[in-house]
Design a binder for this molecule. Sequence first.
Ligand SMILES: Cc1cc2nc3c(=O)[nH]c(=O)nc-3n(C[C@H](O)[C@H](O)[C@H](O)COP(=O)(O)OP(=O)(O)OC[C@H]3O[C@@H](n4cnc5c(N)ncnc54)[C@H](O)[C@@H]3O)c2cc1C
Ligand code: SF4
Length: 528
Amino acid sequence: MRSAVMAKLRFILGDHLSRNLASLRDIDKDHDIVLMAEVGGESTIVGFHKQKLVLIYSAMRHFAEALRAEGITVDYVSLDCPNNTQSLDGELKRALNRHDVEAVVVTEPGAWRVRALMDKWEQVLGVPVEIREDERFICSHERFSAWAKGRKSLRMEFFYREMRRETGLLMTDSGPEGGQWNLDAENRSPLPPGHRAPERLRFSPDAETRRVIGLVRERFPDNFGEIEPFSWAVTRHDALRALDHFIAVALPGFGTYQDAMKSGEPFLHHGLLSAYLNIGLLGAAEVCAAAQRAYYAGDAPLNAAEGFIRQVLGWREYVRGIYWWKMPDYAQTNFLGAQRDLPWFYWSGETDMNCMANAIDDTRRHAYAHHIQRLMVTGNFALLAGIEPRQIEAWYLAVYIDAFDWVELPNVHGMVMFADGGLLASKPYAASGAYINRMSDYCAGCRYSPKVKDSENACPITLLYWNFLIENRRVLQANPRMAMAYRNLDRMDASAVQGMQQRATRFLDGINAGVTTTNPPLQGELDL
Ligand SMILES: Cc1cc2nc3c(=O)[nH]c(=O)nc-3n(C[C@H](O)[C@H](O)[C@H](O)COP(=O)(O)OP(=O)(O)OC[C@H]3O[C@@H](n4cnc5c(N)ncnc54)[C@H](O)[C@@H]3O)c2cc1C
Ligand code: SF4
């Protein structure tokens, strides 16, 4: 019999796992139905890291259980359900045949492509579809537009200061706590010898997660990365424990050692919180508040608390703002005209460059590498080698547990590849082997030497660095922040420069030589 009150179908995607989600706000537990669907069609296309798939599917299942425990009706379509169409459109359509509802309510997705699909649902499916703004971010679309509109420079630092003022985080009556907005200059130390990174809280898979591990192993055997040990949190309860543990043991050193790298130590003092933030198990405001509390309680120094808050309140909100402000055109630019195919070793890790081998190995084992490994190792190499932006973007999207289009794209396209011509970064983050040698122990275990430029042992990163400057002189030389680099280049002996360029070219010609397998197809995103 038809109910007098018409129900709504609330479609919750895989990165929407927050109880305070806009589309769950006014749920009518007696009538409404929550739809959740594990759609895996596209995950085979890009070879997503197995741990990323396990995290999302397991966290979805746990979230569904938590909703059910509240008395909410959840219609859950698992990956191996025989009729699963493996697409969001398909599952919504099927659900509308199962349920008599007056409307669909959904929160906006994290990818422009999915948003474009959603915008058509009302017309295609013949049912009202309400798409609500994702209110879990501190800065709304409207607020970001108001900040960005008409500005000549969209630098993160200015945005960050406004966000500090508006939220009051680390603010006093007279200005920023400690008198300075940004303590980044204090946050660039390498690890001192013998420094021990704190032990991190990891979580043993429960029965549900073990079922998902089995499913992912069976369905996606050839996807990138190790599936076990899987020790990520899959519930809000455990993500909160991870947050508390980070604040207690790792935050105090977070600032000082933020840029350091060490072989076999992927986590150091980093938060390991991005995946939880991005799928909704934690909120941006609450993690910032936790760091602020630690500072005022005397448990973390200011450079740590400010550094952490700048990453979340500043960078995270800022890249999200840029993404929605500039898409879809943003993804199409290629300022440096980079065209090279992604080398196979990004997938296999088989390279003599110890820095790259380490960063890729950490990524394979944990679906994680910290910011400086992403920016200054795998990212720096891609920039210097001139990898086509689309290919390296697809790699980052596939391999990191926290990668979603809205955050991965600006970081890779803008910050790493300078493909936007400087909208996001004032200059390319190009560095030679000397930087990696200063900030890590990678060079000590490498067959190349960062100090050698003129023999077969010459560090490829250094060769590529100078080659990059030479090849991009026309578009980069006028940038005042590149002036010093070009002065250094121009001071070098011409024959030494020529020798380096020849070795760099030989190296580049060789990086895919002998690889007969093509890279995994690199189009598509994970539908959530
Ligand atoms: C090439 C490249 C690709 C990246 N891709 C992603 C991605 O797909 N998803 C993602 O969440 N982050 C991405 N980042 C940003 C950053 O590297 C990760 O957020 C961070 O490494 C996650 O680990 P953590 O939680 O230990 O971070 P921490 O070092 O502990 O930092 C704290 C938090 O700050 C936020 N944060 C820090 N830097 C950034 C940033 N540049 N953009 C957005 N948020 C930031 C994250 O939420 C992170 O959890 C990328 C950075 C680069 C250079
Ligand atoms: S010598 Fe060069 S290639 Fe080797 S680890 Fe150092 S920076 Fe990387």
